[in-house]
Write a protein that binds this ligand. Sequence first.
Ligand code: GDP
Length: 395
Amino acid sequence: MGRRKKIVQECERLMDEPENIRNIAIAAHVDHGKTTLSDNLLAGAGMISDETAGEQLAMDTEEDEQERGITIDAANVSMTHEYEGTNHLINLIDTPGHVDFGGDVTRAMRAVDGALVVVDAVEGAMPQTETVLRQALREGVKPTLFINKVDRLISELQEGPEEMQQRLLSVIHDVNELIRGMTQDMDDIEDWTVSVEDGTVGFGSALYKWGVSMPSMQRTGMDFAEIMELERSDKRQELHEKTPLSDVVLDMVCEHFPNPVDAQPRRIPRVWRGDAESDLAEQMRLVDESGEVVLMVTDISMDPHAGEIASGRVFSGSLEKGQELYVSGTAGKNRIQSVGIYMGGEREEVDQVPAGNIAAVTGLKDAIAGSTVSSTEMTPFESIEHISEPVITKA
Ligand code: GDP
């Protein structure tokens, strides 16, 4: 069996274990390194080869695919990662940097429970950092922070340890000020500020594929002095091997982002105004895979062979081929022709996609981004509001 097939099988197994699922987005101001970081995570999870991450993306998983030169984009992808002895399914949804910025980013946030916010260490928090944070928090999506391009502070700007520390702390401070300001009136969200000590902040270089966090430094025994020494002496490969970025970030994802079972009870009242006392509300809060089917469509894309593909988050029930489902805002029902998950930009058909996962579905001809698709007639999800411009711009 090819490696890709094995990964698909493992994803299918994990889809049934909502406690071990993390639905995440990576969000950043343009050029802060979102694409480079996403490639790194895919490479780290074995989805693409390490060498090609950040260059041309090629599937590492089947030789013939490599020969056929299939390129992938990291638009939506499922990967697995072992954390503390347990395999996790990580569904990563890409958020576009600047094209149709507001709309697509907000839609992606509806499907996920955690947002990894990437900030360039040299530039610091920028207007789009604020916008993505606002979008995440309004959807009840928990943020963590990755400060990228730290190699530039060391090798290019030649900063000393104190100067560097000051700079990193100031980025964290700015991001926390934004988070605090945006969540102070939200009584369903506890303290979501990020900190080095609790491991919700990571640092590193997506370009040179190394990263650290407080827990990773404790585990590997590496400290900042050693990192600076290796980075300065151009031993970046050694740095990557000693403290690979993907492990550090994916550990952070598994440890600090909520799984669907923890996230949905908080998120459902935020995005759905139907009867909170109903069985349906309970099924969505509990991520009940045997409940009514409820899918929130967040994106429609075109496939040259399969036609229109609707992707979105399954909040309750299990999606299966042949189901006839209501589509909000339209009169009749649509019949599901296939259900699948994303494996490195390519769709893999599977038998069913249970609650808590991101699905790719064909046959929903009447659905648009924002549709509520369900096996019972229901109050649709709140429409997704777009924020295109930051409300307060940084001076
Ligand atoms: P995006 O717009 O957020 O997706 O940013 P990209 O991933 O495309 O990166 C923008 C530019 O920054 C590219 O030229 C990358 O090679 C570069 N870049 C990304 N990460 C790093 C990093 O950690 N260090 C350095 N020095 N450059 C980086």
